[in-house]
Design a protein around this ligand. Sequence first.
Ligand SMILES: Cc1cc2nc3c(=O)[nH]c(=O)nc-3n(C[C@H](O)[C@H](O)[C@H](O)COP(=O)(O)OP(=O)(O)OC[C@H]3O[C@@H](n4cnc5c(N)ncnc54)[C@H](O)[C@@H]3O)c2cc1C
Length: 424
Amino acid sequence: MSTDGFAAELAGWLEDNWDPTITLRMWWNRLAASGWSQAHWPEQWFGKGLSDAEGVEVANLIARFGAVPAPTGFGTAMAGPTLLVHGTDEQRARHLPGIVDGTDAFCQLFSEPNAGSDLAGLQCRAERDGDEWVANGQKVWTSEGQIANKAMLVARTDPTVPKHPGLSYFFIDVRQPGVEIRPLREMTGRSYFNEVFITDARIPGNDLVGGEGSGWAVANTTLAFERALSGGGRPATIALPGEIAGDLDKLAGQFVLQPSGAGGDEREARSARLIALARQLGRSDDPVLRDRLMRLHTLEFLRALTTERGQHHRRAGTELPGLANLAKMAINHEYRMVRDLIWEILGADGMLHGYSPEQLAVIDAVSPVDDHAALLEEALFAQGPPIYGGSDQIQRNIAGERVLGLPREPNVEKGVPFKDLPKN
Ligand SMILES: Cc1cc2nc3c(=O)[nH]c(=O)nc-3n(C[C@H](O)[C@H](O)[C@H](O)COP(=O)(O)OP(=O)(O)OC[C@H]3O[C@@H](n4cnc5c(N)ncnc54)[C@H](O)[C@@H]3O)c2cc1C
């Protein structure tokens, strides 16, 4: 299908089907049934067989039309695509419907207190018990765990072999008695991520994804989808999936994304917004600030072109080694520049902060800036993206080794059974 072809078909479908007065559940169900929710997935599996780049275009067309985009987050961006690569047809048939229509919400149980960058060193165990697996361990930094009913779990199934082949990958029900999800309060004031304690949690045998001992390969597929998401270009949905978040039975119309108001090209949205803020606060004549805003604008534009370049390669079925790593580092740099500029432009008012919704409402009320609290949250959260999905240092390591051909890091653990490795 040509771009014009699917754009026209989608526009017609939206004219006939978008209705802000139905519930989000009904809207996402319509989108799922039509194949437009994840149009880049195969036709057999709830999609339309379009390319990844075309899938991004579909999501943007839906947002531009003024309708609510398909569910975003761990389910559609990571769990579903991972099942399409490594799952069985039985697993796809069982899990994909709830992912596509947003009735299931997923989280990612990978990191542990002693295993982040060194993910393969994780200690959470899963042991066979008849037809089931029994999991025990602790996970941490689990984003959106508080609204999830299912998770992607990486656990150690064989400690007698070296660390990578001893791992397996599961889908697990996180609303069972053996799973305790405790929110962690961030410096933004929100509780976006959690620590998760797993005690004798049960996993049906048919929720092992990719086979026993293949967890490292499957987890890397998920992480590659996570990196692609970071440089993505897909509009975020403010509506949350899953029954726990409570959005599904609200009216779809209340989740329509409002245009930023900054106008112009979406690729320059952040700099445009900050330029508008500098103008509002009478700072736009400051030559140093103007210079820094121009740098952000330039970087933003270059990063968007890099994303488009990646999409072009994916469309053509080719690959540019390291591009995803470089794109992730570029967007992280952008986050830091935005953070510094927000505080620079707000000046002393940037020191105002609150941790509860009531405190944040007071700040918005006394500040001359309408979205003061949201700006502060954005500035404070900017520390996160350079860490998750593989920190900047890890991205540099990968690019150094795989793109520049630099010597690999020494690996003294190679071939040593996990149980014999020194641990914290
Ligand atoms: C906002 C946020 C959301 C997250 N969400 C999730 C989630 O949903 N699920 C999940 O499983 N995890 C999640 N994480 C965890 C994230 O994946 C880890 O924080 C990340 O992998 C880094 O691990 P760590 O925190 O243990 O730091 P460490 O691995 O201990 O790293 C500490 C420092 O050492 C550096 N370092 C480590 N190893 C090397 C090396 N070999 N070479 C050079 N430098 C190195 C790192 O870059 C870092 O600066 C989230 C993190 C954040 C910040």
